[in-house]
Ligand binder design. Structure first.
Ligand code: EPZ
Length: 418
């Protein structure tokens, strides 16, 4: 496993461009399975998770042409309907490919996606929704086999506004007989992007972005090209990187309305934020003020930015309280931050962060994607050298993170693993 070696203490200053969204790209790549023709996607980030997803499409029989962020997917000759276990295990969110395979072929086989570093990550909401759509499900030897003659539109009321389950239901219902209505649907911008892409292909999806989504089954999709939205979590990560280093940066980022909760918290913490002409400017104070956050489904504060903001709050004046309401194990970065001098106590789903005068560099390890990003940000602000190990977690979700940070004043080098 490789490491970042970070020399801390440099203010971040300059301009950085936010890449395409990981969490919009994955379901949109899955959507290309539904079109038995050619789908062209632009602004797809070249990261581990998109690479794995494209590997699975190739395994299924898709022809893939990649040229930096441009991806051309020809799904005419898909011959397989199962997701290989070794690829499924590398990334649990490949479960949304099952919805697309089912939507087109009425059958799919995949292994139970393991839990991951941030929680059990069950898929009960996905499976019960598939059953409501008339799909038979058998589970044996760790594999799930889904089969049906025809997907029949249904009314599905989600117990929790699960992002993945909402996406899977949309993908599985595109060609359904009749109408599918999702109540208590997730409202994340990535779902809106997926619906926009599918509607451009000829699907009939209404209400994406609200908690009631209606999908009217259609017969055929058409070839088209689509540009994936920018990554709101990467945007938030850079804003917190500026905040934790007392920096002053400009983000080339077109949809700040997607991260209003974070912008509000950063202003409450003393940052000056200006938005104009597709750019977001942030000027951070020498010392942030403590703030409290509660993670919630969109449009609440995003769970994916919880750890990233936490690193900024370690050096704030006062005590901050974080409540993580989405995942049950999303504080695994805390013991690593404490090695750097952070004062954090965990009580159930609450983290209490007592601001300290300084953090000092240490040898720490990424425990998951956003936990790893949190440690990078802490290293940027810490006195001395921080080694962040297991950066493969971080490379799953951030495109050229070290280069982008170095271009605005950070000092990060990569030490390749054995
Ligand atoms: C998506 O994960 C994102 N991943 C996550 O981002 C993000 O944190 C999450 O949504 C919440 O916003 C992708 O889009 C690839 P959920 P997903 O289903 O779909 C429980 C990142 O860092 N649940 O909304 O897996 C689940 O256990 C990643 O980029 C069930 O109980 O999230 C969790 O507690 C991390 N049963 C909660 O719902 C189910 O069947 C939210 O999960 C499904 C989910």
């Amino acid at each position: 496993m490789s490491s970042y070696i970070i020399e801390g203490g440099n203010k971040l200053e300059g301009e950085v461009t936010v890449s395409g969204s990981k969490n919009a790209s994955l379901p949109i790549i899955a959507a290309a399975i539904l079109n038995p023709g050619v789908t062209k996607l632009y602004n797809v980030p070249n990261i581990h998770d998109t690479q794995i997803t494209l590997q699975i499409l190739k395994y299924l029989g898709c022809k893939i042409k990649k040229n930096r962020g441009k991806i051309e997917i020809n799904s005419k000759n898909i011959i397989k309907k199962d997701i290989p276990e070794h690829l499924m295990n590398q990334m649990r969110s490949t479960v949304i490919l099952a919805g697309a395979i089912l939507g087109r072929f009425g059958e799919a086989k995949f292994s139970y996606p393991g839990g991951c570093d941030i929680g059990a990550r069950p898929i009960d909401l996905h499976l019960s929704a598939f059953q409501k759509l008339g799909i038979n499900i058998t589970e044996e030897y760790g594999f799930i086999t889904c089969k049906c003659d025809k997907i029949i539109g249904a009314n599905i009321d989600l117990d929790f506004p699960s992002v993945g389950a909402t996406e899977n239901i949309i993908l599985a219902s595109i060609y359904a007989q009749g109408v599918t209505q999702i109540t208590n649907a997730a409202m994340e911008p990535e779902i809106v992007d997926l619906a926009k892409c599918l509607n451009k292909m000829g699907a009939k999806i209404e209400g994406a972005g609200t908690n009631i989504i209606k999908i009217t089954g259609i017969q055929k999709l058409k070839d088209m090209s689509y540009t994936v939205m920018q990554d709101r979590i990467e945007a938030g990560t850079f804003l917190c990187a500026a905040a934790v280093t007392g920096g002053n940066i400009c983000l080339n980022y077109k949809t700040p309305e997607h991260i209003t909760p974070l912008l509000n918290k950063l202003e409450e913490a003393g940052c000056i934020i200006n938005i104009n002409d597709k750019k977001v400017y942030i000027k951070a104070p020498k010392k942030l003020k403590a703030v409290d956050i509660k993670t919630m489904p969109y449009p609440g504060f995003p769970t994916d930015l919880q750890s990233v903001l936490a690193s900024s709050l370690c050096l704030a004046k006062g005590t901050s309280v974080i409540v993580e309401n989405i995942f049950e194990n999303r504080y695994r970065y805390v013991p690593e931050l404490k090695k750097m001098g952070a004062k954090i106590t965990i009580e159930g789903k609450t983290a209490i962060i007592k601001g300290v005068r300084k953090l000092t560099g240490a040898n720490v390890k990424s425990t998951d994607l956003r936990g790893g990003a949190c440690l990078v940000l802490a290293g940027l602000a810490a006195k001395g050298i921080t080694t962040v190990n297991n950066i493969e977690y971080i490379l799953r979700g951030y495109e050229h993170l070290d280069k982008k940070l170095n271009d605005i004043g950070a000092k990060i080098i990569i030490k390749e693993g054995e």
